[in-house]
Design a protein around this ligand. Structure first.
Ligand SMILES: [Zn+2]
Ligand SMILES: [Zn+2]
Length: 145
């Protein structure tokens, strides 16, 4: 994994490549997201950022995450919840989500990444990214119910 300051530098470069303005707010939001391991929502991230950026609005966090996701600088993790979850980790991985506590856990699944696509997809077009989401009940939640 890249060192944090290197990561920020490559973030700034990626922004410039996509013609996105590099603002201090964008950098801070990205920095906070890349520190997070829990795939936070905009609201969760906003709460964390407020400690050092007391004037930052939730709306700015929403819009920034939306813009960054749209340009592929971060990923949106689609859950069944109404609130979107985000991550800055763009490496190949998949997610498993607990329906009770909502915890999202990363895992690798090389078999899925490397296997040939089903024939039905052969004429579909070009698949750019494989990202599976598994749903279930985690062990912690199973043992408390
Ligand atoms: Zn759980
Ligand atoms: Zn993830």
């Amino acid at each position: 994994m890249l060192h944090h300051s290197e990561k920020n530098k490559s973030f700034e470069m990626a922004c410039r490549q996509k013609n996105l303005r590099v603002t201090p707010q964008r950098i801070e939001i990205y920095k906070e997201l890349s520190k997070a391991k829990d795939h936070p929502t905009a609201e969760t991230l906003h709460k964390r950022l407020l400690k050092r950026m007391p004037t930052l609005s939730l709306d700015t966090v929403y819009r920034t995450l939306g813009t960054l996701a749209e340009h592929g600088l971060i990923h949106k993790v689609d859950t069944t919840e109404s609130q979107a979850h985000f991550e800055a980790d763009l490496s190949k991985h998949h997610h498993v989500i607990c329906a009770r506590c909502g915890r999202i856990v990363d895992f690798d699944w090389p078999v899925v990444d490397e296997s040939e696509l089903p024939e039905e997809l052969s004429n579909w077009g070009h698949v750019e990214r494989r990202s599976l989401i598994l749903h279930g009940i985690c062990r912690d939640c199973q043992s408390t119910h």
